[in-house]
Design a protein. Sequence first.
Length: 184
Amino acid sequence: MRELSLHILDLAQNSIEAGAHNLQIDIDENENGYFTFAITDDGRGMTEEMVKQVRDPFVTTRLTRKVGMGIPFMDMVTAQCGGYFDIKSKPREGTTVKAAFKADNIDRPPLGDIAGSIAVLLAGAPGLNLVFTYKTPGGEFVFDTQEIRAVLGADTDFAHPEVYQWTEDYLRQQLKALRAGQEE
């Protein structure tokens, strides 16, 4: 995966597979000189032992394959970009993963299509409560599925073609406006 948005999608999918009902995705373009993203969930969580082992690509809880490359790859890429990768987790409470890259590092992968990744995530997890926050030096944007459901109805289906398209378009417009605001 060459774009961070796909890694974010992969890590968020791990949260869903761990039983998360609530997910927070935070992206910050300039956190003290770092480009960061963090994913916090209320899934099953991991023991301290598993947190230590999960950076090994041959340690995975998935039954469909014997390797897990998402976390080890993120750990490697952040280190190569002068950053860090951190995991905090407690059984039955959830997990937070945070990746930080030196903001000006030439090797930092591009963010890619985060609007598309968020729309796909929601389409694939109908009951998920997601709060997505994007911060730039010029401001921030927050997308909260509970606020959307309050307007459209509690049974809003983010996989429905019209809702899916609206979600993706809305995210793109808001992120474009946020970036335009920082150029002024």
